[in-house]
Design a protein around this ligand. Structure first.
Ligand SMILES: Nc1ncnc2c1ncn2[C@@H]1O[C@H](COP(=O)(O)OP(=O)(O)OP(=O)(O)O)[C@@H](O)[C@H]1O
Ligand SMILES: Cc1ncc(COP(=O)(O)O)c(N)n1
Length: 286
Protein backbone atom coordinates (compact mmCIF):
# COMPACT_ATOMS: atom_id res chain seq x y z
CA UNK A 1 0.00 0.00 0.00
CA UNK A 2 1.34 3.46 -0.87
CA UNK A 3 0.12 6.36 1.23
CA UNK A 4 0.61 9.90 -0.12
CA UNK A 5 1.38 12.70 2.31
CA UNK A 6 -1.58 15.00 2.99
CA UNK A 7 -1.38 18.77 2.60
CA UNK A 8 -4.24 20.84 3.98
CA UNK A 9 -5.09 24.08 2.16
CA UNK A 10 -6.99 26.67 4.17
CA UNK A 11 -8.03 29.27 1.61
CA UNK A 12 -10.73 31.00 -0.41
CA UNK A 13 -12.31 29.97 -3.69
CA UNK A 14 -11.81 31.82 -6.97
CA UNK A 15 -14.73 31.28 -9.35
CA UNK A 16 -12.37 31.72 -12.31
CA UNK A 17 -10.11 28.90 -11.14
CA UNK A 18 -6.86 30.88 -11.22
CA UNK A 19 -6.05 31.44 -7.53
CA UNK A 20 -7.10 30.10 -4.13
CA UNK A 21 -8.31 26.55 -3.52
CA UNK A 22 -8.29 25.68 -7.25
CA UNK A 23 -4.61 26.56 -7.54
CA UNK A 24 -3.82 24.74 -4.30
CA UNK A 25 -5.55 21.43 -5.05
CA UNK A 26 -4.39 21.20 -8.66
CA UNK A 27 -0.81 21.85 -7.56
CA UNK A 28 -1.02 19.15 -4.90
CA UNK A 29 -2.40 16.66 -7.42
CA UNK A 30 0.35 17.47 -9.90
CA UNK A 31 3.06 17.07 -7.28
CA UNK A 32 1.83 13.77 -5.88
CA UNK A 33 0.37 14.75 -2.52
CA UNK A 34 -3.22 14.39 -1.35
CA UNK A 35 -4.95 17.76 -0.94
CA UNK A 36 -7.53 18.42 1.76
CA UNK A 37 -9.26 21.79 1.87
CA UNK A 38 -10.93 24.12 4.34
CA UNK A 39 -12.80 26.94 2.59
CA UNK A 40 -12.65 30.30 4.37
CA UNK A 41 -14.30 32.58 1.82
CA UNK A 42 -16.15 32.32 -1.46
CA UNK A 43 -15.19 34.94 -4.02
CA UNK A 44 -17.02 35.90 -7.19
CA UNK A 45 -13.84 36.56 -9.11
CA UNK A 46 -12.52 36.37 -12.64
CA UNK A 47 -9.38 37.44 -14.49
CA UNK A 48 -10.41 41.11 -14.32
CA UNK A 49 -11.64 41.71 -10.76
CA UNK A 50 -13.02 40.42 -7.48
CA UNK A 51 -16.74 41.18 -7.73
CA UNK A 52 -17.97 39.89 -4.35
CA UNK A 53 -16.68 38.14 -1.24
CA UNK A 54 -18.67 35.95 1.14
CA UNK A 55 -16.83 35.05 4.34
CA UNK A 56 -17.66 31.52 5.47
CA UNK A 57 -19.06 31.63 9.05
CA UNK A 58 -16.46 30.88 11.73
CA UNK A 59 -18.39 27.84 12.99
CA UNK A 60 -18.34 26.29 9.50
CA UNK A 61 -14.60 26.91 9.11
CA UNK A 62 -14.09 25.35 12.54
CA UNK A 63 -16.17 22.28 11.61
CA UNK A 64 -14.15 21.79 8.41
CA UNK A 65 -10.88 22.10 10.34
CA UNK A 66 -12.07 19.66 13.01
CA UNK A 67 -13.07 17.13 10.36
CA UNK A 68 -9.72 17.18 8.56
CA UNK A 69 -7.42 17.45 11.57
CA UNK A 70 -9.17 14.61 13.41
CA UNK A 71 -9.07 12.24 10.47
CA UNK A 72 -6.24 12.86 8.02
CA UNK A 73 -3.10 13.98 9.91
CA UNK A 74 -1.78 16.55 7.41
CA UNK A 75 1.98 16.54 6.92
CA UNK A 76 1.82 20.26 6.12
CA UNK A 77 -0.86 22.96 6.40
CA UNK A 78 -0.85 25.89 3.96
CA UNK A 79 -2.93 29.04 4.35
CA UNK A 80 -4.07 31.41 1.61
CA UNK A 81 -6.93 33.93 1.76
CA UNK A 82 -8.40 33.84 5.28
CA UNK A 83 -11.02 36.57 5.04
CA UNK A 84 -11.44 37.58 8.68
CA UNK A 85 -9.31 38.12 11.79
CA UNK A 86 -11.37 35.49 13.69
CA UNK A 87 -10.51 32.86 11.09
CA UNK A 88 -6.79 33.75 11.22
CA UNK A 89 -6.87 33.47 15.03
CA UNK A 90 -8.68 30.11 14.86
CA UNK A 91 -6.13 28.75 12.37
CA UNK A 92 -3.28 30.01 14.57
CA UNK A 93 -4.73 28.18 17.59
CA UNK A 94 -5.57 24.93 15.82
CA UNK A 95 -2.45 24.65 13.64
CA UNK A 96 0.27 25.76 16.08
CA UNK A 97 2.87 23.01 16.24
CA UNK A 98 2.14 21.65 12.75
CA UNK A 99 4.43 22.41 9.78
CA UNK A 100 2.68 25.55 8.56
CA UNK A 101 3.19 27.52 5.33
CA UNK A 102 1.51 30.93 5.61
CA UNK A 103 0.99 32.82 2.36
CA UNK A 104 -0.27 36.18 3.62
CA UNK A 105 -2.86 37.06 0.99
CA UNK A 106 -3.58 40.76 1.42
CA UNK A 107 -4.48 41.88 -2.10
CA UNK A 108 -5.51 40.31 -5.43
CA UNK A 109 -3.37 40.89 -8.54
CA UNK A 110 -6.43 42.60 -10.02
CA UNK A 111 -6.38 45.14 -7.18
CA UNK A 112 -9.03 44.14 -4.60
CA UNK A 113 -8.12 44.29 -0.93
CA UNK A 114 -8.44 40.79 0.55
CA UNK A 115 -7.38 41.66 4.11
CA UNK A 116 -8.40 44.69 6.17
CA UNK A 117 -6.42 46.17 9.09
CA UNK A 118 -7.91 43.74 11.67
CA UNK A 119 -6.86 40.72 9.64
CA UNK A 120 -3.37 42.18 9.12
CA UNK A 121 -3.10 42.57 12.90
CA UNK A 122 -4.31 38.98 13.41
CA UNK A 123 -1.63 37.76 11.00
CA UNK A 124 0.98 39.60 13.08
CA UNK A 125 -0.22 38.54 16.50
CA UNK A 126 -1.78 35.07 16.03
CA UNK A 127 -0.72 33.37 12.82
CA UNK A 128 2.75 34.40 11.67
CA UNK A 129 4.36 33.60 15.05
CA UNK A 130 3.31 29.92 14.74
CA UNK A 131 4.27 29.56 11.05
CA UNK A 132 7.15 27.45 9.79
CA UNK A 133 7.62 29.63 6.74
CA UNK A 134 5.89 32.81 5.56
CA UNK A 135 5.75 33.70 1.83
CA UNK A 136 4.92 37.40 1.34
CA UNK A 137 5.73 39.40 -1.77
CA UNK A 138 7.52 42.72 -1.15
CA UNK A 139 4.31 44.77 -0.76
CA UNK A 140 2.88 42.23 1.72
CA UNK A 141 6.13 42.20 3.70
CA UNK A 142 6.01 45.98 3.92
CA UNK A 143 2.45 45.95 5.27
CA UNK A 144 3.31 43.23 7.81
CA UNK A 145 6.30 45.32 8.93
CA UNK A 146 4.00 48.32 9.43
CA UNK A 147 5.50 50.25 6.50
CA UNK A 148 3.52 51.86 3.69
CA UNK A 149 2.75 49.40 0.85
CA UNK A 150 5.06 51.21 -1.63
CA UNK A 151 8.68 51.94 -0.94
CA UNK A 152 12.24 51.37 -2.07
CA UNK A 153 13.53 49.09 0.70
CA UNK A 154 15.49 46.28 -1.01
CA UNK A 155 13.77 42.88 -0.98
CA UNK A 156 16.68 41.29 0.88
CA UNK A 157 16.29 43.77 3.73
CA UNK A 158 12.53 43.30 3.91
CA UNK A 159 13.01 39.52 4.22
CA UNK A 160 15.63 39.91 6.96
CA UNK A 161 13.60 42.47 8.89
CA UNK A 162 10.47 40.32 8.81
CA UNK A 163 12.37 37.19 9.91
CA UNK A 164 13.88 39.22 12.76
CA UNK A 165 10.46 40.50 13.82
CA UNK A 166 8.93 37.01 13.79
CA UNK A 167 11.79 35.38 15.76
CA UNK A 168 11.48 31.79 14.55
CA UNK A 169 9.57 31.33 11.30
CA UNK A 170 11.54 31.52 8.06
CA UNK A 171 10.60 34.13 5.48
CA UNK A 172 10.58 33.31 1.76
CA UNK A 173 10.02 36.69 0.15
CA UNK A 174 8.83 36.20 -3.42
CA UNK A 175 9.97 38.49 -6.19
CA UNK A 176 8.00 38.65 -9.39
CA UNK A 177 9.61 40.15 -12.50
CA UNK A 178 10.16 43.83 -11.84
CA UNK A 179 10.56 46.46 -14.55
CA UNK A 180 12.35 44.17 -17.00
CA UNK A 181 10.27 41.03 -17.55
CA UNK A 182 13.13 39.38 -19.45
CA UNK A 183 15.26 39.46 -16.30
CA UNK A 184 15.65 37.04 -13.45
CA UNK A 185 13.20 36.75 -10.56
CA UNK A 186 14.79 36.54 -7.13
CA UNK A 187 13.12 35.05 -4.05
CA UNK A 188 14.90 35.70 -0.73
CA UNK A 189 15.02 33.02 1.95
CA UNK A 190 15.72 34.50 5.38
CA UNK A 191 16.08 32.22 8.39
CA UNK A 192 16.88 33.25 11.95
CA UNK A 193 20.62 33.30 12.60
CA UNK A 194 21.58 32.63 8.98
CA UNK A 195 22.70 34.78 6.06
CA UNK A 196 19.75 35.37 3.70
CA UNK A 197 19.86 33.30 0.55
CA UNK A 198 19.04 34.65 -2.92
CA UNK A 199 17.19 32.11 -5.06
CA UNK A 200 17.18 33.31 -8.66
CA UNK A 201 15.30 31.82 -11.57
CA UNK A 202 14.41 32.97 -15.10
CA UNK A 203 11.42 35.28 -15.48
CA UNK A 204 8.68 34.31 -17.93
CA UNK A 205 7.40 37.29 -19.94
CA UNK A 206 3.65 36.85 -19.49
CA UNK A 207 0.53 38.58 -18.22
CA UNK A 208 -1.07 35.20 -17.46
CA UNK A 209 0.10 35.25 -13.87
CA UNK A 210 -3.12 35.22 -11.83
CA UNK A 211 -2.59 32.70 -9.05
CA UNK A 212 1.22 32.54 -9.06
CA UNK A 213 1.51 33.25 -5.33
CA UNK A 214 -0.98 30.50 -4.41
CA UNK A 215 0.66 28.03 -6.81
CA UNK A 216 4.12 28.83 -5.49
CA UNK A 217 3.17 28.48 -1.81
CA UNK A 218 1.27 25.25 -2.57
CA UNK A 219 4.26 23.76 -4.39
CA UNK A 220 6.43 24.75 -1.42
CA UNK A 221 4.03 22.94 0.94
CA UNK A 222 3.90 19.87 -1.32
CA UNK A 223 7.69 19.58 -1.56
CA UNK A 224 8.00 20.01 2.22
CA UNK A 225 5.38 17.28 2.71
CA UNK A 226 7.39 15.00 0.44
CA UNK A 227 10.44 15.44 2.65
CA UNK A 228 12.47 18.24 1.05
CA UNK A 229 14.26 20.62 3.38
CA UNK A 230 13.19 24.27 3.20
CA UNK A 231 15.86 25.38 0.72
CA UNK A 232 15.22 22.49 -1.68
CA UNK A 233 11.47 23.03 -1.40
CA UNK A 234 11.88 26.76 -2.15
CA UNK A 235 14.02 26.03 -5.22
CA UNK A 236 11.53 23.39 -6.38
CA UNK A 237 8.53 25.70 -5.85
CA UNK A 238 10.10 28.50 -7.92
CA UNK A 239 10.99 26.03 -10.67
CA UNK A 240 7.44 24.65 -10.63
CA UNK A 241 5.71 28.02 -10.89
CA UNK A 242 8.14 29.12 -13.61
CA UNK A 243 7.41 26.01 -15.67
CA UNK A 244 3.65 26.51 -15.23
CA UNK A 245 3.95 30.18 -16.29
CA UNK A 246 5.79 29.00 -19.41
CA UNK A 247 2.89 26.64 -20.18
CA UNK A 248 0.21 29.37 -19.90
CA UNK A 249 2.27 32.14 -21.52
CA UNK A 250 0.49 31.82 -24.88
CA UNK A 251 -3.01 31.14 -23.48
CA UNK A 252 -5.90 33.47 -24.09
CA UNK A 253 -8.22 32.88 -21.15
CA UNK A 254 -10.45 35.67 -19.87
CA UNK A 255 -10.31 39.40 -20.51
CA UNK A 256 -7.79 40.28 -17.81
CA UNK A 257 -4.72 38.68 -16.25
CA UNK A 258 -5.11 35.06 -17.27
CA UNK A 259 -4.41 32.20 -14.87
CA UNK A 260 -1.07 30.50 -14.45
CA UNK A 261 -1.43 26.97 -15.85
CA UNK A 262 -2.82 24.32 -13.54
CA UNK A 263 -2.79 21.71 -16.27
CA UNK A 264 0.21 19.42 -16.21
CA UNK A 265 3.43 20.93 -17.45
CA UNK A 266 5.04 19.40 -20.52
CA UNK A 267 8.32 21.18 -19.88
CA UNK A 268 10.88 20.30 -17.26
CA UNK A 269 11.14 22.97 -14.56
CA UNK A 270 13.44 25.74 -15.79
CA UNK A 271 16.75 26.35 -14.07
CA UNK A 272 16.72 22.91 -12.58
CA UNK A 273 19.99 21.36 -13.58
CA UNK A 274 18.97 17.85 -12.59
CA UNK A 275 15.44 16.50 -13.05
CA UNK A 276 13.68 16.08 -9.71
CA UNK A 277 13.66 12.47 -8.75
CA UNK A 278 10.41 11.58 -7.04
CA UNK A 279 10.76 11.32 -3.28
CA UNK A 280 9.68 7.84 -2.21
CA UNK A 281 6.30 7.86 -0.56
CA UNK A 282 5.55 6.13 2.70
CA UNK A 283 5.37 2.41 1.89
CA UNK A 284 3.35 0.10 4.03
CA UNK A 285 3.55 -3.61 3.49
CA UNK A 286 0.28 -5.23 4.45
N1 LIG B 1 6.74 36.23 -14.64
C1 LIG B 1 7.31 35.38 -13.80
N2 LIG B 1 8.26 34.51 -14.25
C2 LIG B 1 8.81 33.62 -13.42
N3 LIG B 1 8.51 33.50 -12.13
C3 LIG B 1 7.59 34.35 -11.62
C4 LIG B 1 6.94 35.32 -12.43
N4 LIG B 1 6.05 36.00 -11.65
C5 LIG B 1 6.15 35.48 -10.41
N5 LIG B 1 7.09 34.48 -10.39
C6 LIG B 1 7.46 33.65 -9.27
O1 LIG B 1 6.27 33.17 -8.69
C7 LIG B 1 6.43 33.01 -7.30
C8 LIG B 1 5.33 33.81 -6.61
O2 LIG B 1 5.73 35.14 -6.66
P1 LIG B 1 4.86 36.46 -6.67
O3 LIG B 1 5.73 37.51 -6.11
O4 LIG B 1 4.27 36.67 -8.02
O5 LIG B 1 3.76 36.10 -5.65
P2 LIG B 1 2.56 36.99 -5.24
O6 LIG B 1 2.76 38.42 -5.68
O7 LIG B 1 2.30 36.73 -3.81
O8 LIG B 1 1.47 36.35 -6.14
P3 LIG B 1 -0.05 36.49 -5.95
O9 LIG B 1 -0.32 37.96 -6.09
O10 LIG B 1 -0.58 35.65 -7.09
O11 LIG B 1 -0.40 35.96 -4.58
C9 LIG B 1 7.86 33.48 -6.99
O12 LIG B 1 8.76 32.40 -6.96
C10 LIG B 1 8.17 34.40 -8.16
O13 LIG B 1 9.55 34.49 -8.40
C1 LIG C 1 -9.36 33.31 -3.32
C2 LIG C 1 -8.10 34.02 -3.66
N1 LIG C 1 -6.95 33.70 -3.03
C3 LIG C 1 -5.80 34.34 -3.32
C4 LIG C 1 -5.77 35.34 -4.27
C5 LIG C 1 -4.48 36.07 -4.57
O1 LIG C 1 -4.00 35.71 -5.84
P1 LIG C 1 -3.67 36.77 -6.97
O2 LIG C 1 -2.74 37.77 -6.35
O3 LIG C 1 -3.05 36.02 -8.07
O4 LIG C 1 -4.94 37.49 -7.37
C6 LIG C 1 -6.98 35.66 -4.91
N2 LIG C 1 -7.06 36.62 -5.86
N3 LIG C 1 -8.12 35.00 -4.58
Amino acid sequence: MVTPPVVLAIAGTDAGGGAGIAADLTTYAALGVHGASVVTAVTAQDTTAVHAIHAVPLSVVQAQLDAVLADLAPAVVKTGMLGTAEIAELVGRRCAGLPLVVDPVLRATTGATLAGPELVEAYRSALLPVATVVTPNAAEARVLLGLTADGATPARELAVRLARLLRGPAVLLTGGPEADPAATCTDWLARPGQEPLALGHPAVATTNDHGTGCTHASALAAYLARGDDLEAAAVGAAAWVTAQLAVSRSWQLGRGRGPVAHTSSTTRPLNHSAPRTPVPLTEEIA
